[in-house]
Design a protein around this ligand. Structure first.
Ligand code: AMP
Length: 190
């Protein structure tokens, strides 16, 4: 059973690489950003609640995110493992994830972090915003907020996995396939 946390700041390429990884390894993609956007599109209460935070580039409260992930894991019983994309984003979420997985007899295999300089991130997000329809991709102030939130609240999550000997950083700048091959080599060693 493979359970991988794909980590990195907004615009690092987590979504792009996740798509390729689920095809290669037959894993379930669990992107909390995608799940929130689905709720938003369907106009659910959860979507309405999340929208207030997402539009400003802030994090949705831990207990809301954790419950949503718990539901998704419980509803994916036949899965051969998960790619967690955009989750966990706080140390409290990482601790909750370890407990949830343990309850299902699973554990995180490793975290793979995509390293991309901030100037390149901004350029990528602005480019994505031209077609993504995402409010949070279309405004420089909101992009700056998301990067600041990443530095303040999310970066400590890397330390959490480093302490467990489960952290690997990969250069996230270059050809998509080269980055994918490097990620695959890391996964094949788990
Ligand atoms: P993403 O698509 O991963 O960039 O997520 C878009 C937005 O959804 C974020 O800026 C947050 O507002 C919210 N979000 C996604 N994942 C999480 C999470 N794990 N914790 C808190 N908020 C999240």
């Amino acid at each position: 059973m493979l359970n991988i946390v794909l980590f990195g700041p907004p615009g690092a390429g987590k979504g792009t690489q996740s798509e390729k990884l689920i095809t290669k390894y037959g894993l379930t993609h669990l992107s909390t950003g995608d799940l929130f956007r689905k709720h938003l599109g369907e106009g659910t209460d959860l979507g309405k609640l999340a929208k207030k935070y997402m539009d400003e580039g802030h994090l949705v409260p831990d207990e809301v995110v954790i419950q949503m992930v718990e539901d998704k894991i419980s509803n994916s019983e036949n899965s051969s493992g998960f790619i967690f994309d955009g989750f966990p984003r706080t140390t409290a979420q990482a601790e909750a994830l370890d407990k949830m997985l343990a309850n299902h007899g699973m554990a995180i295999s490793g975290m793979i972090a995509l390293d991309v300089p901030f100037q390149i991130l901004k350029e990528r997000i602005i480019e994505r915003g031209k077609t993504s329809n995402r409010v949070d991709d279309q405004n420089e102030e909101k992009i700056n907020t998301r990067i600041k939130v990443y530095l303040d609240e999310t970066l400590p999550v890397a330390k959490y996995y480093e302490k467990q000997g489960k952290f690997k950083e990969i250069n996230g700048v270059g050809e998509i396939n080269d980055i994918f091959n490097e990620i695959s080599e890391t996964i094949d060693r788990y």
